[in-house]
Design a protein around this ligand. Sequence first.
Ligand code: FAD
Length: 451
Amino acid sequence: MPRLPDRADYVIIGAGIHGLSTSMHLAQKLKAKGRTVGAGGVRIVVLDKTGVGAGASGIACGVVRNNYYQPAMRELMAHSVGVWESDAQAYSYHPVGYMQISPEVMHAQVGTIYEQQKAIGYDSTFIEGEGDSQRYMRGLFHDWQAKNITSVLHEKRGGYANNQASLAGLERKVRALGVDIVSGVAVTGFRSAGGSGAVSSVETDGGPIACDEVVVAVGPWINTIWNMLALPKHIAVKGRDGVTHEGVRMWHYMALQEGTLGVDPDFQKTNDGAMPPVIHVDTDAPLYSDRDGKLITDKLWGLYYKPDFHFGGVQGGAMPAAVERDADQVRVDPYGPKSPEFVVDDNFADMWTSALAHCQKRFEGKHGVYRNEPSGGVGCFTPDSFPVFDRFRDNVFVIADSNHGYKMIGVGQLVADELLGNRPALLEPFRFSRYAEGRLHPVSRSPFPWS
Ligand SMILES: Cc1cc2nc3c(=O)[nH]c(=O)nc-3n(C[C@H](O)[C@H](O)[C@H](O)COP(=O)(O)OP(=O)(O)OC[C@H]3O[C@@H](n4cnc5c(N)ncnc54)[C@H](O)[C@@H]3O)c2cc1C
């Protein structure tokens, strides 16, 4: 068992994108104020029951985009894209851009995204109409053939980053700043003292650590830590209709479905030989199996993909599957590809490879090279599927990104600001009180719960 300090000023639980980013920005900001971080100074300890990148951040597809229908999400993402761009090399970030390619049912909503991107100075192009959309896409990929597409939003910023490599870059920066990262120590509970709700020590399987502030950044394990903090399993949500709905489950799970087609990543280069933007297509055109021609769906469906040398092929995913079970009954461990339950099945492989073939001719007949290996993982979602970033029990800051969050590398910077006494405006729309007050985010028509 690794040695734990008896006390720390800040205990950060989870060494994924948010825990590492928060610790890095906190240490940087403290140093900028002339404080020493580490032994003899301000003690910041990041605890992880397994190690850096053991959670969702370590398996994420890594897509970084701005395309969100919710203005607050878009502003937050623009901020995070700035953080990715600030050190692309260390974060293994590929600024290839991102495309949202949509059917008529999403046209108007994506149009508003474009207008608001213009308003916040986020560089993008919007193409409208079936003919122009196809011409634009064929200008990039000569074999483009997706049907029922009437708009293309091309974000010139964003792209993707390599999951473990970006975390390794963050880890190097964090350690160099004097932050302790302790792996192999699981948080098992919280203790309060003197009748206050505030946490006075974090209990772990390696003993207690007294602390002043706690940051919870545990991704899909949030339900477990939430229970340890004795926060409500069910809450009241004031809906858009003005009616308050009692007893809404605070957390629910979905299984993220991703996979890799075992082709050379160069296979997906653009007409001029460049690495392409990340492609996201939603359409209501019927989808037929590339294996046997059977109808897979005639409802709205979507997929995303990118060539990725790290995954060794063309990698991407489709809509997540609901996990129809109470959050307390979901076995999050072992996580990701090691899970006996939450890995993708043959239906996903058929759907996703057929969707690729629907979009580009080069993928027709390629289902045979789909990598038949376990992939995917669960995400834990809030009642409205948008993040909760807020303080609980006086000194516990919870970063619960509702599975939006590998791209949100900048949230840690804002949380660090708040830990040092500020109240960042970008975090305000994500307070827990929005449920009781009915300040919910608008819902898009995309088939994905996070668009
Ligand atoms: C398959 C998949 C693909 C995804 N693709 C994308 C994408 O392309 N773009 C995007 O933006 N987002 C994506 N996401 C979502 C994104 O990965 C997550 O929202 C984000 O990584 C969560 O980061 P985190 O730091 O909160 O948690 P995590 O990265 O999950 O880290 C949490 C850490 O907490 C530790 N921990 C848990 N419990 C305890 C405990 N009791 N004690 C100590 N340590 C503990 C774990 O070991 C883990 O290392 C994807 C998610 C999945 C599952």
